[in-house]
Design a protein around this ligand. Structure first.
Ligand code: FAD
Ligand code: PYC
Length: 405
């Protein structure tokens, strides 16, 4: 069918780097590309380069299971994730690029009284803050997701579920491509195969640019949005950050006819699943339990995850798996992100999104652009700075992260 489509140009330009930019963003994932787009669109700053060591979207943006939701516990989190969810709702129109946002509902299974109490606490907090989230009985959960086994004799019986109906999924690489095209159209330079190897500063300590495998590139301001390599890059500016990098894996099945209408997550048994528009089951696991920069991950983790999927949905026991991969997630001790200024003048950090930053892509990018343009955090991200690790006022979202760490 594609033979009829001739003369399609590249979606974004691939220019040679300029010697000097107003802003250099390190990392061509959704967060970095999105920040460049919003810098141009909302702040009129177009002398911007996004430097990506591989190909855009080749990091966690193109490796994640695309679950989108805003059902977090604390106001600092609800602010940014709900800001993001609202941007998702209109993102395809904004970018004129179909990111296939599908609000099919995210259902989180409760297996014991502890889960139930925790989910109800989240539901109450969300509803008081104007965010949709509701409690379902096991029968209501099964009506929403017919393949679910709710037998009391099941290996992991469920006693209810929390449902966010506005949650859902999107097409991950379309998010990178859509932001790249829209940013490039506004004059942003997207430079792939350009690895940052050093951050240079002047005698006052202020950033002056970056060393790369394509030479020195000058910059008045630098934004780091490099997910699993955030601490590696911050080290180049002599700053230690409270982040650990761990592999997180996912896998997909052979394609099947549409059978799975929503997203289901179970934190207690460590599995989450949805069905892509191609028909594949998209399945994810908890993180590997040790730090690593490997994008492979341990086989025992996904074996355990598939055990759980087969127990929750016995009808899937004979489905074959097709592909497995890993990404490197940057995890903070409170499972909340870091966005803010750093001790180095002109250097801004967006990191620590760990296992849950895909859903945050538009919101985080939008607020990171504000931070870089204005030099101070947006009201909606004001609680997410590095400062909390000094004061001890942590934002513990371990339960809402919903992925075993
Ligand atoms: P990335 O897309 O990783 O972009 C960072 C980029 O920086 C990379 O492309 C990398 O190559 C580049 N880079 C690194 N070092 C350098 C350097 N020195 N020079 C130049 N470039 C460099 N989140 C959800 O909300 N929902 C989910 O369902 C979900 N599932 C996940 C499943 C898996 C298996 C994984 C791995 C993650 C999942 N996440 C999920 C988390 C989510 O993917 C990430 O938090 C989010 O995509 C991070 O986006 P990013 O743009 O910051 O990072
Ligand atoms: O944050 O919702 C999430 C998530 C699901 C799978 C991995 N992360």
């Amino acid at each position: 069918a594609l033979r009829g489509h001739k003369g399609w140009g590249p979606h974004w330009a691939s220019p040679e780097p300029r010697p000097q930019y107003d802003v250099v963003i390190i990392g061509g994932g959704g967060h970095g590309l999105g920040a460049a787009y919003y810098l141009a669109k909302e702040h009129g700053i177009t002398n911007v380069a996004v430097l990506e060591k591989g190909w855009i979207g080749g990091g966690n943006t193109g490796r994640n299971t695309t679950i989108i939701r805003s059902n977090y516990l604390y106001e600092e989190s609800m602010d940014i994730y709900e800001h993001s969810l609202k941007l998702w709702e209109n993102l395809s129109q904004d970018l004129n690029y179909n990111v296939m946002y599908s609000p099919r509902g995210v259902m989180m299974l409760s297996h014991n009284i502890h889960d139930q109490q925790s989910f109800k606490r989240h539901i109450n907090a969300n509803r008081l803050y104007g965010i949709d989230n509701e409690w379902l009985t096991p029968e209501q959960a099964k009506a929403y997701c017919p393949p679910l086994d709710i037998a009391k004799t099941a290996r992991y019986p469920i006693n209810g579920a929390a449902l966010q109906r506005r949650g859902g999924t999107a097409r991950h690489d379309a998010v990178a491509w859509g932001y790249a095209r829209a940013a490039s159209d506004r004059g942003v330079h997207i430079i792939q195969n350009c690895e940052v190897t050093g951050i240079r500063r002047d005698e006052t300590g202020r950033v002056t640019g970056v060393d790369t495998n394509r030479g020195f590139i000058g910059a008045k301001k630098i934004g780091i949005s490099a997910a699993g390599h955030s601490s590696v890059l911050m080290q180049m500016a002599d700053v230690r950050v409270p982040l650990q990098s761990q592999p997180l894996q996912a896998l997909v099945s052979e394609p099947l006819k549409p059978i799975f209408p929503c997203v289901v997550m179970s934190n207690s048994v460590h599995a989450y699943i949805s069905q892509s528009d191609k028909g594949e089951f998209v399945i994810g696991a908890g993180t590997d339990q040790y730090n690593s920069y490997s994008q492979t991950g341990g086989l025992q983790i996904i074996t355990h995850t598939l055990d759980a999927i087969c127990e929750l949905f016995p009808m899937f026991r004979r489905v074959k798996m097709m592909r497995q991969w890993g990404g490197i997630v940057d995890v903070t001790q409170d499972r909340s992100p870091i966005q803010g200024v750093t001790p180095v003048p002109g250097l801004y950090l967006n990191a620590g999104w760990g296992t849950g930053g895909f859903k945050a892509t538009p919101g985080s990018a939008n607020l990171f652009a504000h931070l870089i343009a204005r030099g101070e955090p947006h009201r909606l991200a004001a609680g997410l700075t590095l400062e909390r690790f000094r004061t001890g006022r942590l934002i513990d979202e371990a339960a809402a992260a919903a992925v075993a760490h």
